[in-house]
Design a protein around this ligand. Sequence first.
Ligand code: SAM
Ligand code: DTB
Ligand code: SF4
Length: 323
Amino acid sequence: MTKHNWTREEISAIYHRPLLDLIYDAASIHRANNDYSEVQISSLISIKTGGCSEDCSYCPQAARYQTDIDVNPLMHVSEVLDSAVKAKAMGASRLCMGAAWREVRDNRDFDKVLTMVKSVNEMGMEVCCTLGMLTYEQAQKLKEAGLYAYNHNIDSSEDYYKQIITTRTFDERLKTLENVRKAKITVCSGGIIGLGETVENRVGMLHTLANLEQHPESVPINALVAVKGTPLENQERVSVWDLVRMIATTRIIMPKTVVRLSAGRLEMTLPEQALCFMAGANSIFAGDKLLTTPNPTVNDDMMMFDILGLKPRKAFKEQVEQN
Ligand code: SAM
Ligand code: DTB
Ligand code: SF4
């Protein structure tokens, strides 16, 4: 049975345990609940890049910051399908399509996204989208098109959220997650560490996620990629020990959730990533690029999997009822 009434104190106590005890407990819980040799490979495609109206202070795609990215309108369906074929060939079981939108609008672009979802689903991959805020009706349309997961991060704790983003509220984030759940799409929601938040803000973020009526099926933990031109450009890189603590705590409080070691892997060594897998991470984004920033090469990742004895997880491994 998974628990949905965690207190902040309980989560904080787990986070602050002596590191080796924390890793040991998280690894034990991971092994008792999941096939620990399997890691989900998800591939990201930025289907619409930059020019976003929001002010998320970490994001290179916000129009108001001067960053060095190629701004692109919505990709053609055929280009997306070409990328999906390549992602599948490198072992990805999930394809996540990201758009730099505040919210989905009911227009021709949305119709194109629905076509992309339908086609990628027909290729036998788990299709995920991250398109900003959604109404229930839009979530239903995505579900009908074959969407498997929707990514919508809460990013930080409710208190710290206001310091990072002012153009929308934490409650609006939760409302979209509710709409996704109601439409029976699996939920992918996590956040970022290294934004200048306190440890208690991190605990607050995990508290919100672990006390949702149903745990998200996946929780991405991103380490901030500090991008030149964004307000957080000078933010110091988060310590790998903090990342391990965050992953281990997430694993302990949400035992069956897929925990994704997301942005920030490029700066990590193989042994550092190995500790994250030991502590319960069981998903990565693979491919040379995240949305706009670089990521380790597929070759390097495959070598890492070989060394660590990990294998890619197959698509549609059901776990929905267990959460
Ligand atoms: N526009 C949509 C939204 O904000 O929901 C979807 C795309 S947005 C880029 C998806 C997520 O990427 C954000 O919620 C954030 O968690 C993550 N992200 C963006 N920039 C990042 C950065 N520089 N470092 C780490 N994570 C980042
Ligand atoms: C998530 O949690 N991380 C991904 C995905 N969901 C959409 C995005 C990471 C973006 C990192 C910065 C960039 O490449 O633009
Ligand atoms: Fe826009 Fe999403 Fe970036 Fe915020 S995180 S600026 S909503 S693309």
